[in-house]
Design a protein around this ligand. Structure first.
Ligand code: NAD
Ligand code: TYD
Length: 350
């Protein structure tokens, strides 16, 4: 592999930390720069295993800070960007939409502008890889799948901000010839996910014998992908994906929330040696999320056919390793759920 200087944004977060670990271990010739503001969702503990590697560099900084972003591009001359930094939780976007516009839209614009300024005279062998979500397509009814050409129809401030950033990336490609790829992925789960999203929140609550707040009637459907399979897809797309293309990434794995929660409860009972059925008793149906998308499901046949990617683990395997990880990393859980998390939880669920 040739030498390359790669900026990965949001590398201290959930998906970003798995991408950083994969790239740092697999590509010793690449210089990997992790730019992260260390918001509530960023945690350098996630990167302990690679933090001393000579090809890894951490930069603490905010993608909203335009002059700072310009300065690091001028200094390090990044050949490529893999952009994951974002405000990522739908519920938080409902209470504070502007924060999502700032980071997800303006922050992305700052990166695009700095990248364009640096390479506009010669974009050869450069790449701006933007990580997005299937939520930009809005909601499906009971049937159908999101394809790469499904029209954007976002319903939450989170998905609207991601959709907007996707449009700007594509527009920079058309207008300025900026080389880009976008991937739109379904719901991820796995180790190191902040316990505000469904699966880690419910694992943490089961450990603590706390209520499991299922929104509405629980008949909402998501397509779940193990985070390491997403990181593998990102590696593949980064190296073999085509300029100006988008790829959908999904788990071939649809679950209704309530059925997923019941499976999780059964697995947790087994692993915690609790009486069968005891975790299920914690399920509590609560007020629905406003604008709640009924169903997401990805048609991942393009990446499967063109890049030979498929998820490597079944949902049962992935969920089981995820639970094992949380059970053996209670210190990590304790650290991220102290302080501000309690205020968030109180506001969101009281
Ligand atoms: P996350 O919330 O776990 O991590 C986000 C990271 O970005 C954190 O480390 C945070 O500190 C950093 N960050 C936030 N604002 C920043 C700013 N202004 N400047 C610099 N750094 C900042 O998110 P995640 O779940 O790992 O998602 C990563 C990306 O993948 C996001 O772009 C998200 O939209 C996308 N995505 C997520 C999922 C999912 O299921 N989690 C699915 C598809 C796509
Ligand atoms: P989430 O993990 O927030 O991901 P997203 O909204 O991006 O799909 O939620 C997954 C599903 O679980 C979604 O339908 C909302 C639901 N949900 C609950 O029922 N209760 C909760 O406490 C949370 C956080 C989510």
């Amino acid at each position: 592999m040739s030498e390359k200087s790669i900026l990965i944004t949001g590398g201290a977060g959930f998906i970003g930390s798995h991408v950083i670990k994969l790239f740092v271990e697999k590509y010793p010739n690449y210089k990997i720069y992790n730019l992260d503001a260390l918001t509530y969702a960023g945690n350098l503990e996630n990167l302990k295993s690679i933090e001393h590697k000579s090809n890894y560099h951490f930069i603490k900084g905010d993608i909203n800070d335009e002059s700072f972003i310009d300065s690091i591009f001028q200094k390090h001359k990044f050949d490529a960007v893999i952009h994951l930094a974002a405000e990522s939780h739908v519920d938080r976007s409902i209470t504070d939409p502007l924060a999502f516009v700032k980071t997800n839209v303006i922050g992305t614009m700052n990166l695009l502008n700095a990248f364009k300024t640096l390479w506009k005279d010669n974009f050869k062998d450069k790449l701006f890889y933007h990580i997005s979500t299937d939520e930009v397509y809005g909601t499906l009814g009971k049937t159908g799948l999101f394809k790469e050409d499904t029209p954007y129809d976002p319903n939450s401030p989170y998905s609207a901000s991601k959709a907007s950033s996707d449009h700007f990336v594509r527009a920079y490609g058309e207008t300025y010839g900026l080389p880009y790829i976008i991937t739109n992925c379904s719901n991820n789960y796995g180790p190191n996910q902040f316990p505000e999203k469904l699966i880690p929140l419910f694992i943490n609550n089961i450990i603590q014998n706390k209520a499991l707040p299922v929104y509405g009637d629980g008949n909402y459907t998501r397509d779940w992908l193990y985070v390491i399979d997403h990181a593998i897809a990102i590696d593949l797309v980064f190296h073999e994906g085509l300029n100006h293309e988008t790829y959908n990434i999904g788990g071939f794995n649809e679950w209704k929330n309530i059925e997923l929660v019941e499976l999780l409860c059964n697995l947790m009972d087994e692993k915690l040696n609790r009486t069968k059925g005891s975790s299920k008793r914690l399920i509590t149906f609560v007020k629905d999320r406003p604008g709640h998308d009924l169903r997401y499901a990805i048609d991942a046949s393009k990446i499967e056919k063109n890049l030979s990617w498929r998820p490597s683990v079944t949902f049962e395997e992935g969920l089981s390793s995820t639970i094992d990880w949380y059970l053996s990393n209670e210190e990590w859980l304790k650290n991220v759920t102290s302080g501000n998390y309690q205020n968030y939880y109180q506001k969101q669920y009281s």
